[in-house]
Ligand binder design. Structure first.
Ligand code: LLP
Length: 425
């Protein structure tokens, strides 16, 4: 059996283990659906970036939207990372995880005044600004507080990341960033505003990028701008190349982070920017292949056109197939002999035809068996919802032979707590 991209996941005596922890007993003890993450896999993914950055002035700001569990944030913060945030909620999580404020960067197209105020009060490292209107508001908010906001402007390099259109962000038609040919004017405007200090430039061209060339193209386009902006008398302290590096879901072969950065530094060196401070915002590539979601088979439903394996995880737990027709490998925790194998659509209990986790999968399963949905460390739990009033799953972090609960399963009381039925009003 091939287990794409998940080095910490392996079969021992026909049973699936994550690091040295057998998964079937975990599912029995904690129930399903259950997310299980490998600390070793996350640190190994980080180490690849760190190798690529050796001897350079670089800051890795983990894009916490990929997986914002506090224990995972702490792991990266303790390993020296900063955090890339996109909301006031993520800011509070970043602080709860102990992130030094100067290592927090605030991305996103729609920051509110309240979010700006809080971020300025605690002194975050940089606001990645995406529009002129936002520059004006940030300057006003900062001036009102008697502070200066450090800003970087997100430029849209207009390169095709060659990925799913919903997660491609660097083309002209996207809502993100400032158009390349307007960037210099916008920098001049930013430099003239009293509440702002221009410190950098940033871009992010998309997610699940598996080719090298879009990165190299984007870097060329950004460096052209750096040149022009500095010629105009606006020095840039750092260059932020965003996130986006892909992972192996289905035999995908993205470059290793270390290889990618060796190549990118070769270009930076060739163009004379090798000493510049580099910031990056990886999310998926640090956590995606470190996690699995365990789910129990509830029923088998043979049909004329299709067989269905109905499981207890659903689109509210694993929204990527429904949203992007994304592929996640699905494997049983304990292999059977294959004699009753059949092709199934693996579907959840949610009342939507879009509630599927995998299509046309050859599986030898019975009700009560537990399956692992692979590569579920990124953009699964962080995008999970309570649709159909389903409680969000529990999360476990594994290290060696230790398994610790890092989020308990949600209860119905958690869900009802914020609501009011008006009978007491
Ligand atoms: N920086 C910015 C400004 C971003 O918008 C993102 C992701 C990242 C960094 C991190 O990108 P990563 O390294 O994770 O590719 N929910 C989608 C992915 C959405 C990505 C949004 N932005 C999915 O499940 O595929």
């Amino acid at each position: 059996m091939t287990l794409p991209g998940q080095p910490q996941l392996h079969l021992r005596d026909q049973s699936l283990y994550l690091e040295d922890v057998p998964l079937a007993p975990l599912a029995r003890e904690h129930g399903t659906p259950l997310f299980v993450y490998s600390e070793g896999a996350m640190l190994a993914a980080l180490a690849s970036y760190q190798r690529g950055f050796e001897g350079r002035d670089a800051l890795i700001c983990y894009a916490m939207k990929a997986n914002a569990n506090l224990a995972i944030l702490k792991l990266f913060v303790n390993a020296g990372c900063g955090l890339d945030i996109v909301s006031g909620g993520e800011l509070e999580r970043a602080l709860a995880a102990g992130a030094p404020p100067e290592r927090i960067i605030f991305s996103g197209v729609g920051k509110t005044r309240a979010e700006m105020t809080r971020a300025l009060e605690i002194g975050i490292g940089c606001f990645n600004v995406e529009s002129e209107a936002e520059l004006d508001v940030l300057s006003t908010v900062a001036t009102g507080l008697g502070r200066t906001a450090s800003v970087s402007i997100r430029v849209n390099p207009d390169v095709d990341a060659q990925t799913h259109p919903y997660i491609s962000t660097g083309l002209k038609g996207n809502k993100f960033g400032i158009a390349h040919d307007r960037a210099l004017d916008v920098y001049r405007h930013a430099a003239s505003l009293p509440g702002l200090k221009v410190v950098g430039i940033d871009c992010h061209i998309g997610s699940q990028i598996t080719q090298l060339s879009p990165y190299l193209d984007a870097m060329d386009r950004v460096l052209d701008l750096v040149n022009a902006i500095e010629d105009a008398g606006i020095p840039l302290h750092h260059i932020d190349f965003g996130g986006g590096l892909g992972i192996d879901y289905k035999g995908d072969t993205p470059p290793e982070a270390a290889t990618l950065w060796q190549q990118l530094f070769a270009k930076l060196d060739a163009r004379g920017y090798g000493d510049r401070r580099i910031v990056i915002e990886p999310g998926r590539s640090l956590v995606g292949n470190a996690g699995v979601c365990l789910t129990e088979v509830l029923y088998l439903k043979p049909g004329e056109a299709k067989n269905f394996a109905i499981v207890d995880a659903a689109m509210n737990d694993l929204p990527r197939p429904a949203m992007y027709e994304a592929f996640h490998q699905i494997v049983p925790l304990e292999a059977r002999d294959g004699r009753t194998a059949a092709t199934y659509d693996v579907v959840g209990p949610v009342c939507e035809s879009g509630d599927w986790l995998g299509r046309d999968r050859l599986l030898d399963v019975e009700p009560g068996d537990v399956l692992a949905v692979l590569s579920a460390g990124a953009y699964c739990m962080s995008m999970a919802s309570n649709y159909n009033s389903r409680p969000r799953a529990a999360e476990i972090l594994v290290s060696g032979n230790a398994a610790r609960v890092v989020r308990r399963r949600e209860t119905i009381e958690d869900q009802l707590r914020a609501e009011q039925d008006l009978s007491q009003a």
